[in-house]
Ligand binder design. Structure first.
Ligand code: PMP
Length: 390
């Protein structure tokens, strides 16, 4: 018999996996207003505070005034405006690739690029902790999905051997893993890709703007920016805007224009958003960008240190600081009690993370003060103790 929708919702509730929306008033700053009270925001991807930066706002307002509010069509119809091409040139210069192509979001990029590059008879090797949009792209592609244990290079090597000669091979990985905050093992992945004649695609949504001396991302930080075939990054996180890019060869760009359905069949980004992304890329390369990154990294190590000192289990080295709690229901209770005290940290449960690996995913911003973070760590420790997590 068909399950009713209320029964399905009840089932989700019983599993402790029910999700609901929480609204933030005003700007996405380090402190926001929620339900009429000042709240410290510790779960935003606005890592450098650029969503709240006057240079981006000015660029967006100026673009609305000059170019209007919509692109009016998809890119292959009449929706390619000069400003889209300017952003693509800026991205290819930023990532040191021959070419770049803009997508409407990171989700649209991953779910469009992968089926454009591989299909039936091909194989995609995907890190087990890759973002859901990568997994969805692989499922849409009809290529064989081979998941390898997180950052396990020996296992990946064996799997690449096993599928040798089976069509086109694509290795795909997050650059900075979105839920664990650790970094892909670039040097090893590149030597495997070369040895096995595979393509390497890296989704650096959380590294772009944040890592590397020029803010070009985790591949820059690891000194391998030239060795990645397809760089994906998003404008909606550290870059304070919206949308995504693929930075790649001219041939791959042509292939995506012809094959990537999320690119072909969707209205292109409005000019104001593109203008804000251009302003963000410019800012990333300035002294101000470097200072913001320095502050972000200092904040992340301060906050991680305080949590470890308090006895929490965490991972990674970046601005993503997970607190591993395990049980989904306890995690949501932890998040609820923190919100009652004026601290917004989202709980993350399956299917976003594996069963038993629920967590509070704290994300640090350059715009947090050291006092904010010390206060947050102290409240997290107090509630963590009362819930028996530490
Ligand atoms: N890739 C990763 C690693 C992400 O974390 C996200 C966003 N959570 C995306 C892609 C999707 O990007 P967007 O929000 O622009 O759709």
């Amino acid at each position: 018999m068909q399950q009713s929708i209320p029964d399905e919702l009840q089932h989700i509730r019983e599993q402790g996996l029910y999700r609901s929306l929480r609204s933030v008033q005003g700007r996405q700053s380090a402190k926001v207003e929620m339900a009429g009270r000042e709240t410290l925001l510790l779960c935003s991807n606005n890592y450098l505070g650029l969503a709240d930066h006057p240079a981006l706002a000015r660029a967006a307002v100026d673009a609305v005034e000059r170019l209007g509010t919509s692109s009016g069509a998809s890119r292959l119809v009449s929706g390619t405006m000069e400003i889209h091409e300017l952003l693509e040139s800026a991205v290819s210069a930023f990532k040191q690739t021959e070419a770049a192509l803009i997508f409407n979001s990171g989700y649209a990029a991953n779910s469009g690029i992968i089926p454009a590059v591989v299909g039936r008879g091909d194989v995609v090797f995907s890190d087990r902790l890759n973002h859901a949009s990568i997994v969805d792209g692989i499922l849409l592609s009809s290529a064989k999905l081979v998941r390898y244990p997180h950052n396990d290079i020996q296992a990946l090597d064996r799997l690449l051997d096993k599928y040798r000669g089976t069509g086109r091979c694509l290795i795909v990985t997050d650059g900075v893993f979105s839920m664990d905050g650790d970094i892909a093992l670039y040097a090893e992945l590149i030597s495997l890709k070369q040895h096995h004649d595979a393509l390497l695609m890296v989704d650096d949504a959380h590294g772009c703007g944040v890592l590397g001396t020029g803010g070009k991302g985790s591949a820059e930080m690891c000194g391998v920016i030239k060795d990645v075939d397809i760089h994906v990054g998003t404008f909606g996180k550290a870059l304070g805007s919206y949308g995504a890019y693929a930075a790649l060869s001219l041939d791959l760009r042509e292939l995506l224009i012809n094959r990537a359905r999320s690119f072909i069949f969707s209205t292109s980004l409005p000019p104001a958003v593109v203008a804000a992304s251009l302003a963000a890329l410019e800012l990333i390369g300035t002294e101000e960008g470097r200072e913001l990154r320095k502050k972000l990294h200092a904040n992340a190590s301060l906050f991680r240190g305080l949590l470890v000192e308090a006895g929490f289990h965490t991972y990674g080295t970046t601005q993503i600081v997970p607190i591993i709690t395990g049980d989904a229901t306890v995690t949501m209770e932890f998040s609820r009690q923190l919100l009652d005290e004026g601290l917004f940290v989202q709980g993350i449960r399956p299917p976003t993370v594996p069963q038993g690996a629920s967590r509070l995913r704290c994300t640090v911003m350059a715009t947090h003060s050291a006092d904010d973070l010390a206060w947050a760590a102290e409240r997290i420790a107090a509630i963590g103790k009362s819930l028996g997590i530490i």
